[in-house]
Design a protein around this ligand. Structure first.
Ligand code: NAD
Length: 311
């Protein structure tokens, strides 16, 4: 893979891990982030001169074009977004302007400047609440939130643009990603970072419903591996892949593991399930495995134990 990398949203949770990998590989690494939910501290463990951070908004089309013009970017990992289903419901216009219009700026500039490849964060949210599992990429998408609709629109946009120029696009439909630097303070954060934070500090946790709802939890390092694999191996103009483990974990099991890895006693409150919560979510990762050799390294216990050991 070529060496000038741009990571949008690179100061965020997943983006900072993609940046870390680019730096480890010795790539020229540029980060574009408006620091709305991302933080400079997420990159502070890296040598200061190993990457460059531009603080800016993907909605600023002039800035985006300038960035591509000045930097001969070969590969973009596009992670910048409002990564919250709830926020897309309470603030749909602002979310649309970032997740769709901002993404369009990045995609179009990439094509106009002849970037070889764009790998971008889509989401399992495009599948919606269709009860059929596992989710396979060719199932017809039925998003039930503006966030899911926006991610689907990104995919359609990329498919169209891939016919226009030489830029190749890959959409990665992430399932439930967890790992270091996921912000537990955010009310929109992933359930794992919230549970770990509360359990390690001795607080009660709340499970909505019976706790038998399942998710496909994927450790952030496996998500990073999937990003680089598709960047290196997928040769066609447009492709979509699920990124998960293909394994289901229910919430009771999840908190059981966290309690067993911490020294705290179970302290769980069950409340009525929340409207709109999806019962089961599971990725089919056969296509990703077949086309790239992807093999996840972290089953839930290993991922949680590595995460807790960093706390
Ligand atoms: N975390 C998950 O489980 C998950 C699941 C599916 C998809 N995703 C997608 O993965 C990507 C990364 O999510 P994350 O969990 O790391 O969230 P995050 O909030 O930590 O990262 C998003 C980053 O984008 C930046 N950003 C937001 N708006 C911007 C703008 N207008 N211009 C420039 N930068 C902007 C933020 O400051 C932040 O650093 C997002 O596209 C998200 O939708 C995440």
């Amino acid at each position: 893979m070529s060496k000038n990398i741009l990571v949008t949203g690179g100061a965020g949770f997943i983006g900072s891990h993609i940046v870390e990998e680019a730096v480890n590989r010795g790539y020229n690494t540029l980060v574009l982030d408006d620091l709305s939910t991302g933080k400079k501290e997420n990159l502070e463990h890296l040598p200061q001169d190993s990457y460059r951070l531009i603080q800016g908004d993907i909605r600023d089309n002039n800035l985006i074009n300038q960035v591509f013009k000045d930097n001969a970017i070969n590969c973009v990992f596009h992670e910048a977004a409002i990564a919250s289903v709830q926020k897309s419901i309470t603030d749909p216009e602002n979310t649309y302007s970032i997740n769709v219009e901002g993404t369009r700026n990045v995609f179009e500039a990439a094509v106009d400047h002849g970037v070889e490849r764009v790998v971008f964060a889509s989401s399992a949210a495009v599948y919606g609440d269709d009860p059929k599992i596992p989710k396979v990429e060719d199932m017809s998408p039925k998003p039930i939130s503006p966030y899911g609709e926006h991610k689907l629109e990104n995919e359609k946009m990329a498919a169209k643009l891939s016919l226009k120029g030489s830029t190749k696009f890959v959409a990665l439909r992430y399932f439930n990603v967890y790992g270091l630097r996921q912000d537990p303070a955010s009310e929109y954060s992933g359930v794992i970072s919230i549970f770990i934070n509360r359990i390690l500090s001795g607080q009660k946790i709340t499970i909505y419903g019976d706790g038998k709802q399942t998710r496909d939890f994927v450790y952030v390092k496996d998500v990073v591996a999937a990003n680089y694999l598709v960047a290196e191996k997928i040769a066609r103009g447009f492709a979509i892949f699920n990124v998960g483990t293909g394994l289901q974990t229910d919430l009771n099991e999840l908190v059981g593991i966290i309690f067993s890895l911490s020294s705290n006693v179970d302290n769980i409150k069950y409340e009525l399930s929340r409207a709109g919560d999806i019962r089961h979510s599971l990725a089919d990762i056969i296509n990703l495995r077949r086309e790239t050799g992807y093999k996840f390294d972290y089953e839930i216990k290993n991922g949680l134990s590595q995460l807790i050991s960093h706390k």
